[in-house]
Design a protein around this ligand. Sequence first.
Ligand SMILES: [Zn+2]
Ligand SMILES: [Zn+2]
Length: 347
Amino acid sequence: MMVTNYGWRRIAAAGLQYLQLCIESIKDTGLKVVYCWCTMLFPLCVWAYWQTIFTKHMNPLKEFHLSYSDKELLEREDRGESQQEILRRIAKDLPIYTRTNSGAIRFCDRCQLLKPDRCHHCSVCDKCILKMDHHCPWVNNCVGFSNYKFFMLFLAYSLLYCLFITATDLQYFIKFWTNGLPDTQAKFHILFLFFSASMFSVSLASLFTYHCWLVCKNRSTLEAVRAPVFRHGTDKNGFSLGFSKNFRQVFGDEVKYWPIPVFSSLGDGCSFPTCLVNLDPEQPSSPTGSNPANKDAAEGRQFPSKPLRESQSRLLTSTPSWTESDSATDKDKKGASNPGMTIENEA
Ligand SMILES: [Zn+2]
Ligand SMILES: [Zn+2]
């Protein structure tokens, strides 16, 4: 399903013709400007939709895949507990904080990997999707870490476009019922356009509002249905870092990229900063493991000498939850049993 250059030229030409029609047919200058700006919503909507559908999902980093020897070892063991021992040993070197409901390490049999936090196997796509939100039949793709921003922008632009159509069609819709329109077949188009645009507006508004709430709370749809399980228990706010950071995790640091459907989310999708890091003594308190203070803090356990450097991001490195655990003295100063939780209150 490739759109040729010829196809793009036709779409662009149609857009320009519509723009010309708006400019010529509207007398009021202010209204003219509003119409021209609103016309831009359509290409943005198509662009975001395109990106949501065709963005390929990133694979979990190779560190999460089992090595050949580990696979052999795992196959040799038939008892669940022995297999868990092996998985626990591998997970020790990885920034994994979530567990299954029974407290076991999350492992995907199908992809033969330790599931990174927030990663789930999609039975439709038949692969593990990083920060999986849901499998969306409307885009025939999973919505996850790689395309969540595009999905949000698609909802936002479609909603604005539908509202624009509803608002501009309203006067003709009223004329339809007051017999103010010429008696042609075209007047039924006004009726159809108004009903379809207003109904889409209602459904898009509810979906968009729900996903805005999820972004603010740093939850995926799956996590909203079932709270993630950490080693100390379930916590629906386990990944929340406060409104500003939650928003930036999806939309990025640079404001100029927020409204454009290009990838600008922070992180690598495999490791997520969590304010609960200090509650999990089995895990490294930093995904890099490069700070000696972290090693001391974690009872002398040796973390990987080759850290997951590619998994670093501005958000991860600047998140106080990592630096809070850098020194035990900081914890003493605060005198809190869970200093990570004091970093930033939930918005
Ligand atoms: Zn999988
Ligand atoms: Zn899927």
